[in-house]
Design a protein around this ligand. Structure first.
Ligand code: ADP
Ligand code: MG
Length: 678
């Protein structure tokens, strides 16, 4: 049986499959598949007028075609027009090319002109059979994003067919006038087939009003989808956990410090939210070391004083155990029953912990994602705290949701999210921010040191440790291979042990068994280890205040967020802390820019903003992007004003014009899975 085309015109199944790879599954998707750039093929330049560096189209006849074997196999052509001769080279070619380029045949070649050894040439130009009589296009030629095996010509034809039907606007004309945006139909047609008088620069910088309209629509779709997810959540019931001050007040009283104003404010927001009869989804943001843990502990206590259980989840065993060890003594004093679930526990021990949790004999459970997977075994879970949320996958969060009563959720992140990202991708969440560090911290001094001066750095580590301090040595990140990563960590450990015989040196990496990992961390915490050689497993949350020196090898390979997290492991006590970033030359431009940012700033928000500028939102969003409509046309830095307008309009639509909201979402998201509320 012949498979039906999902488009309004016949398309072969093979082609349908290729189009699906690009997310093109219906006419409307083709209509919104906009060009990356445009080629000007409307003019022909005489060969004698060509200049090196110029991109141009020539109309020429093949004089000679031959295959050369030196310096490598290639197809070379000599072509000519009335006034000049041009060389053409193809490094990749098929026998069919040889047949095509017969002497005397006429073609158009379009490409960059280079000054070659034997005069001007083009390497791999685009070409088409054409003579003087073949009409030139009167419009710029669109170049579309594509995938392997799908040529521009095919894609262009498909888009043209989809464009044959009129395009209905999703937004009323009065709204557009108020927003000063052009119609959708004109905008889309202009971008697919810009008229010649269009300023290419304006088109390519995406500042043209037509692009603005598309960017706005895309942002509006995103805002609508997030805002409706949020509304949906606010219509679902959850157990309210009002503040009773029974445990929370007592806990604040036992702390050796007062909450900072920023902590107190965040805590008030969370406390009020927990009292609502709808599931809380709040993101607690605060720079590394800003004191998020006590605020999260307070939230747990408010759940517990309402007779419910709380779960405290961390992305790594090291971090989960650290939270348990630090918090459980403080909380036990208040009568809170804490438990810890870990992969390193003996089976019987873990089973016993789960049994107690299921029987309701545990008030607060600490653990890694194991807790997510077995969340249904809680007797009465009221609150889940997710530390370092950017490390968790969406799926894991969803798993927690799929059980009977819906718990409140507090997510914590030390990767600050710039305002524009928070406004767009996190618009379904409420956000609290701890924007100041506790008093008395000595700022971390960051030093950039070339790897050529490794010996000086070794001397410094020796000195600091012999004076009673402790240090971290972070091994280079090797993304391509976990095996190589491990090897490097072991080699580094061996080398440092040989070079610094007077120090007690430990090693921790991702391949250690959880109990081995714990043993090393405990020894470091107890100062039985002076220097801890580590892979980036220590990136999150580890808190050993006596460690005030960190060396990061091959810092140029790491991302900004990662460097900031790593550096946040020092600067936790009152001693002056130093972070040495060892780098290998030559530096790429991106690496240089990153190192400059991390050297100049210790403010996580500023670093995150720079990161967004340097490489777009992907990294910052982490796992969050899966399931969320990504932005193809809008740019959060450039289009802030559009984002604000889209946010306001989304509210208005959902409040008073659900039909417009539905129509707009269908246009932009269609069959693609809409965001399920988290
Ligand atoms: P993060 O926000 O990175 O998770 P932590 O919660 O681990 O930070 O806190 C870092 C350190 O600051 C901890 O040792 C904690 O005890 C301490 N701390 C937290 N709040 C305060 C405060 N208000 N005053 C002084 N120290 C604090
Ligand atoms: Mg933390």
């Amino acid at each position: 049986m012949k498979a039906a085309s999902p488009f309004s015109f016949p398309v072969s199944p093979a082609l349908v499959a290729k189009l699906a790879k690009l997310g093109l599954v219906r006419d409307a998707d083709l209509v919104l598949h906009l060009p990356l750039r445009w080629e000007d093929e409307t003019r022909v330049t005489p060969i004698r007028d060509l200049r090196p560096g110029q991109t141009a189209q020539v109309q020429a006849v093949v004089r000679e075609a031959s295959v050369a074997y030196r310096p490598r196999r290639m197809l070379t052509l000599t072509v000519e027009d009335d006034g000049g001769v041009l060389g053409i080279r193809f490094l990749h070619f098929y026998p069919s090319h040889l047949k095509l380029f017969q002497a005397g045949q006429s073609f158009r070649f379009n490409g960059e002109v280079r000054g070659g050894f034997l005069g001007l040439e083009m390497v791999h130009p685009r070409f088409a059979k054409a003579d003087h009589a073949t009409p030139l296009p009167t419009q710029l030629t669109p170049v579309y994003p594509t995938t392997a095996g799908l040529g521009q010509a095919t894609l262009r034809k498909l888009v043209e067919r989809a464009l044959a039907a009129p395009i209905a606007d999703t937004l009323p004309a009065e709204w557009l006038a108020a927003l000063n945006l052009p119609e959708l139909e004109t905008s889309i047609r202009l971008l697919h087939q810009p008229p010649l008088d269009c300023v290419l620069n304006e088109l390519e910088s995406r500042r043209h009003p037509a692009w603005q309209r598309l960017a706005f629509d895309e942002l509006l779709a995103q805002q609508l989808s997030l805002a409706s997810a949020r509304r949906q959540r606010q219509s679902r019931p959850a157990q309210p956990l009002p503040s009773r001050q029974r445990l929370t007040a007592g806990f604040i009283g036992t702390l050796p410090f007062a909450l900072t104003a920023a902590q107190a404010r965040a805590w008030q927001e969370i406390s009020a939210d927990l009292g609502e009869p709808h599931p809380m989804r709040r993101l607690l943001q605060g720079d590394v070391g800003s004191g998020k843990t006590v605020v999260a502990a307070l939230a747990c206590l408010q759940a517990i004083e309402n007779g419910l259980q709380a779960a405290f989840m961390a992305p790594t065993e090291i971090l989960a155990e650290q939270h348990f060890r630090k918090l459980s003594p403080l909380l036990s004093v208040l009568g809170v029953r804490c438990a810890w679930v870990s992969g390193s526990q003996r089976k019987a021990e873990r089973a016993a912990a789960w049994q107690a949790i299921a029987a309701g004999e545990v008030d607060l459970a600490f653990g890694t994602h194991a807790l997510f997977q077995e969340a249904s075994s809680f007797a009465r879970l009221g609150l889940a705290v997710v530390d370092e949320q950017h490390r968790f996958g969406v799926g894991q969060r969803l798993a927690l949701m799929q059980k009977g009563t819906e718990p409140h959720q507090l997510m914590m992140s030390a990767t600050p999210i710039p305002r524009t990202l928070a406004m767009s991708f996190f618009a379904d969440l409420d956000v609290s921010v701890i924007d100041a560090l506790p008093p008395g911290r000595t700022p971390i001094v960051t030093k950039l040191v070339s790897a050529a001066r490794r010996d000086d750095v070794l001397a410094r580590v020796r000195e600091a440790c012999l004076a009673g301090g402790q240090a971290y040595w972070v091994c280079p990140l090797i993304e391509e291979s976990e095996k190589l990563q491990l090897q490097t960590a072991q080699d580094t450990h061996a080398a440092l042990t040989a070079q610094l015989p007077e120090l007690r040196i430990g090693l921790v990496h991702g391949r250690l068994k959880p109990d081995e990992k714990q043993a090393v961390m405990a020894a470091f915490q107890a100062h039985e280890i002076d220097l801890l050689v580590a892979t980036t497993v220590i990136e999150v949350g580890v808190d050993v205040p006596n460690a005030a020196l960190m060396v990061i090898e091959h810092a140029e390979r790491m991302g900004l967020a990662q460097l900031h997290q790593l550096r946040g492991r020092v600067g936790r006590g009152s001693r002056e802390s130093v972070c040495v970033l060892l780098y290998q030359t030559p530096l790429s431009e991106l690496a240089r820019a990153r190192l400059k940012v991390i050297f100049e700033s210790t403010d996580g928000f500023e670093i995150a903003r720079q990161d967004l500028l340097l490489r777009g939102p992907g990294e910052l969003l982490g796992h969050r992007q899966s399931g969320l409509p990504m932005l193809r046309f809008a740019d959060l830095e450039r289009d802030v004003a559009l984002l604000e307008a889209a946010r306001d309009l989304a509210q208005r639509c959902l409040a008073g014009h659900p039909d417009i909201a539905a129509r707009h979402l269908d246009r932009w998201i269609g069959q693609r899975q809409a965001l399920s509320s988290i």
